[in-house]
Design a protein around this ligand. Structure first.
Ligand code: AMP
Ligand code: MN
Ligand code: MN
Ligand code: MN
Length: 283
């Protein structure tokens, strides 16, 4: 089985990470990553830089993104790997998915102002590397800066999540569209960090079934967002649904991420790694 150190999920300043694609590539290589993918939220603007940086570091590379989807009223993330980064329908679909973020951010700031936190829109913008990609993570950094919370996990416990100040419901892409954009651009669609969603057993079954029916082929089993027990659980789900398995740290920042690039357990042996099915897409 594969002992390749593949890290196929992380974020740069092109979305809500704090490092550039070049600095991420150097960090991944220093941590022993052999095969890398940068998967910015709803954005592939960093792909050409990431590929060049991976090559300069002697790593193999798969193109990547992480698309925000609304399924059964819940935000689900779909990772895409190994697609053509110049595919027009994918570029257009991601652009449409990013589209509502500016207005959403202004509404988030209005809510925060009502609980006494002023200037959050401008404050969050100072952390934004890509004006089309203002996210809750940027607000979280601002709330830590002004002392409203000690760290970003505390922000997400007290603010920005359902039922808390600063949460604005948002409709992202549809599951079938996200899977189709990735697949028709030559890539593979993968359900990101499945343990993070608050689904009932029936809803989760519906997600996996519909995802497969739309042409999705993989699931993240080993990720910085899963405990060992969750990895074991989703290894079984991968086998049950006949999905390939992916592995990625979901690294965002040296200060905020507890799982560093490449520093996570190997995939359980009986699974088919996504990179075996994507061998002809590896650059
Ligand atoms: P958005 O796409 O604007 O809804 O922001 C989602 C991002 O917020 C995720 O990709 C994470 O980076 C971050 N995030 C969400 N929930 C948490 C949490 N509980 N703790 C830390 N970061 C979180
Ligand atoms: Mn993020
Ligand atoms: Mn995610
Ligand atoms: Mn992510």
């Amino acid at each position: 089985m594969s002992i390749l150190n593949a890290d196929l999920h992380c974020h740069s300043v092109v979305s809500d990470g704090t490092l550039t694609p070049e600095v991420l590539a150097a960090r991944a290589a220093a941590n022993g990553v052999d095969l890398w993918a940068l998967t910015d939220h709803d954005e592939i603007g960093g792909q050409h830089r990431a590929l060049a940086a991976a090559k300069a570091q002697g790593m193999r590379y798969l193109t990547g993104t992480e698309i925000s989807v609304t399924f059964a009223g819940v935000t689900v993330h779909i990772v895409g790997l190994g697609f053509d980064p110049d595919d027009a329908a994918l570029v257009q679909g991601l652009s449409a998915t990013r589209g509502g973020r500016g207005a959403r951010a202004m509404e988030m700031a209005e809510q925060l102002a009502k609980v006494g936190i002023h200037g959050a829109y401008e404050g969050a913008l100072r952390y934004v590397g890509n004006p089309e990609l203002i996210s809750r993570t940027h607000f979280a950094r601002f709330l830590v800066e002004v002392g409203a919370c000690r760290d970003t996990p505390e922000v997400f416990r007290k603010y920005l999540t359902e039922g808390k100040p600063g949460f604005v419901p948002h409709r992202w892409a549809q599951l079938g569209d996200a899977v189709r954009w990735i697949t028709e651009a030559g890539g593979m669609a993968i359900i990101a960090h499945p343990a993070r969603y608050a689904f009932t057993a029936n809803e989760e079954w519906a997600l996996f079934s519909e995802f497969k029916a739309h042409g999705g082929r993989g699931v993240e089993v080993v990720t910085g967002s899963h405990t060992n027990a969750e990895a074991i659980r989703y290894a079984e789900t991968a086998l049950e649904f006949g999905l390939a398995a992916s592995r990625g740290s979901d690294f965002h920042s040296p200060e905020e991420s507890h799982t560093d690039l490449g520093k996570l357990p190997l995939l359980p042996g009986q699974l088919t790694p996504v990179w075996e099915l994507l061998a002809d897409r590896v650059r």
